[in-house]
Design a protein around this ligand. Sequence first.
Ligand SMILES: [Zn+2]
Length: 212
Amino acid sequence: MPSVAASGAVKYICKVKLDCTTRLHSNSWLTTTKYSIGDMYRQLSEQHAKTNWFHFVWNRFTIIPKHRVILWLALQDRLKTKARLFPYGVTDNDLCALCGLHTENSSHLFFSCHYNTECCRKVLHWLGFSTHRTSLFMILKWAHRYCVGGFRRKVCYADVAGVVYQICKARNSAIWDAMVPSLDSSVSCIQFAVRHRIKSILGKKVSARDRD
Ligand SMILES: [Zn+2]
């Protein structure tokens, strides 16, 4: 423990030592003769289960790169949500910009928030899909398991990517322009992108209904 008169730097070092000992449940790392920063980092890092989400993101039907990037960040919970920014004083509060009722984190945005849930439900319904899953990863897993045929599955992945992107856009509009787009306008934007994408892929105009 640092003395009362110790400098701020010494107090901070002692705090870090205590944190490490607590997390490792042992103070043997302080006396080991072979200390390695890499080993220490690995021991302190939380072990996450491996998730095979790459085929959800790097799907050739998701032809708009920014849709891929946003989905990639969302799946890894790396989007700069208000829940992440608020502790650093970047935002005044951590409430969802779209509903203003709950903490804005990835799990709320995708898809616990009423606005986003409805947006996703309407788009999937328009495409002939139906699921009651309320988490992004579970919806993609559902698509992987239950969408019969590679074409339908990839279309579903790409559409979920489009929904995630549109939700982020609506959320940014709520923060920066103080305006939440109507649900119908967000759904229309996604439908337009879907038609454009299918047209690009197939080289001809095919409506979602025709395809089903
Ligand atoms: Zn919300």
